[in-house]
Design a protein around this ligand. Structure first.
Ligand SMILES: Cc1ncc(COP(=O)(O)O)c(C=O)c1O
Length: 463
């Protein structure tokens, strides 16, 4: 049930203490359940009795567990609301992966891309080219930070298109956001313990940081993104933000707020994690430049992904570390190997070097703009004054704000599901159980224009 990591900078007893505490607070260890004896747990975890005894003593002193003479330690009964918000794991109604194989006629899932968009023929050609060119490299490990050619191509792209200022040496190729954040959390947990996240916001960063025993500080999101007053009033030293297209509300953080956020970070060695996940997809005007570009020498970790434009199945993302963190990165990860296949990285590098990436972005922007506009028209036609669209003009989803009486989220999702419509629960974006009964998230990337039109018409009959 518990896992101790000898290479972790957190002491073994503290790791065990954190894990048991979280199990107690989240209810995974129910009140009055008996903890294993010190001896049994030490054997199970291949650790010393002192480690287990130390963790139990601390939990006992803080009231998380109690002891019965000659019977051992038991979990104390805690009022559910005595648990810090950050440690209560809210069981999600459905996950982004749940029912992923179930097929719906109208799938409004926000992470699906256009069904015909992957450039398979070109990929095959570049795959064969890459295979021919690098047989020698396929029999050895590649650069753990990522293929130099891909990092060079990314550096050029990020500078030109996203205003990110960096050297290729600052870029690390990762297998998706969760790995990017895992790396960040590993590096930062020695000196940081509280991370601010947007509320509502993407659930994955909360999950990754919790798994590294961080406290999660939910910060409300307003029309200018993260509420900076709430951030400043708290004790977080890391802020995870989606400033160019807030997930899920779709707002853009204005530059005054960006500068204020940077100022917050610069006062006292704090850090900003900028997740720039889908900023290529802006349908009116130019893409919003990155926050990182405003202060390249600052404490900003920039994250990007190939999942929104190219394919979420490829599992390729990237991380740009500030110079100040490179030494820490090398120290913590000196024994690690690359997690993304060399061939995939080579193909991507060619894809970018040969200009396909920029063309593909332009093409996908046109494809998704049509779907986005179709969705807005369909909502207008079928919902009229019963709903307003929030966060339009970018990305692969919008939020539908329902007005008047509604059935409530669970009921709407069930009713929609019976009609062959898949909805992603909006409440999953909240850190704790806020009601989201008046908001629906409508992803449109994976649907055809016809499906969007029919799906919205049908949806309007079940809300
Ligand atoms: C806010 C946010 N960041 C990043 C990603 C991309 O994650 P990955 O690179 O793991 O596919 C997503 C995917 O839905 C997202 O919603």
């Amino acid at each position: 049930m518990f896992v101790l990591n000898n290479n972790d900078s957190v002491t073994l007893y503290k790791q065990l203490y954190n894990q048991i505490r979280e199990h107690v607070l989240s209810g995974k260890l129910p009140a009055d359940s008996r903890l294993p004896s010190v001896r049994d747990l030490a054997v199970e975890l291949s650790t010393s009795r002192n480690t287990v005894e130390g963790a139990y003593q601390e939990l006992y002193a803080e009231g998380y567990i109690y002891s019965r003479p000659r019977s051992g330690y038991f979990v104390s009964a805690l009022a559910q609301d005595s648990a810090p918000l950050s440690l209560v794991r809210k069981p999600r109604k459905s996950s982004i992966n749940a029912k992923i194989l179930a097929s719906y006629r109208y799938d409004f899932h926000p992470a699906r891309l256009d069904q015909t968009s992957f450039p398979a023929a070109l990929w095959r050609k570049l795959f064969i080219e890459s295979l021919r060119e690098s047989p020698g490299q396929l029999v050895q490990y590649c650069d753990p930070m990522g293929e130099p050619a891909l990092r060079r191509a990314l550096q050029l792209y990020l500078e030109r298109s996203r205003g990110v200022v960096c050297d290729p040496e600052q870029i690390i190729i990762c297998a998706g956001l969760q790995q990017s954040l895992d790396i960040v959390a590993h590096m930062l947990k020695e000196n940081h313990s509280v991370v601010a996240v947007e509320n509502p916001g993407y659930h994955l960063p909360r999950s990754v940081f919790r798994n590294h025993s961080f406290e999660i500080a939910p910060i409300p999101v307003g029309s200018g993104g993260l509420d900076l007053d709430a951030l400043k009033a708290g004790n977080s030293t890391i802020a995870y933000v989606t400033p160019s297209h807030q997930l899920p509300m779709g707002c853009v953080m204005p530059v005054a707020n960006r500068l204020a956020l940077i100022e917050w970070a610069e006062a006292g060695g704090k850090l900003i994690i900028e997740d720039d996940y889908d900023s290529e997809l802006r349908y009116h005007g130019k893409p919003i430049p990155s926050l990182q570009g405003l202060r390249p020498s600052g404490n900003i970790i920039y994250l990007g992904t190939f999942s929104k434009i190219l394919s979420p199945a490829l599992r390729v993302s990237y991380l740009v570390l500030p110079h100040s963190l490179l030494a820490a990165y090398r120290l913590v990860f000196q024994d690690y190997f690359a997690t993304v296949s060399l061939l995939e990285q080579r193909i991507l590098a060619k894809f970018m070097e040969q200009g396909h990436w920029n063309r593909h972005i332009r093409r996908m922007r046109t494809v998704y703009k049509k779907k986005h506009d179709t969705l807005l028209r369909a909502v207008e036609r079928h919902f009229g004054a019963r709903a307003a669209v929030v966060g339009q003009g970018a990305g692969l989803h919008v939020v539908l704000q329902l007005s008047g009486e509604t059935f409530g989220e669970t009921e709407i999702i069930d009713r929609a599901s019976r009609k062959g419509i898949r909805l992603f629960p909006f409440s999953d974006f909240y850190v704790t159980g806020e009601s989201a009964s008046t908001k629906l998230l409508l992803g449109f990337g994976g649907m055809t224009a016809g499906e969007i039109e029919e799906g919205v018409a049908l949806l309007s009959s079940v809300c």
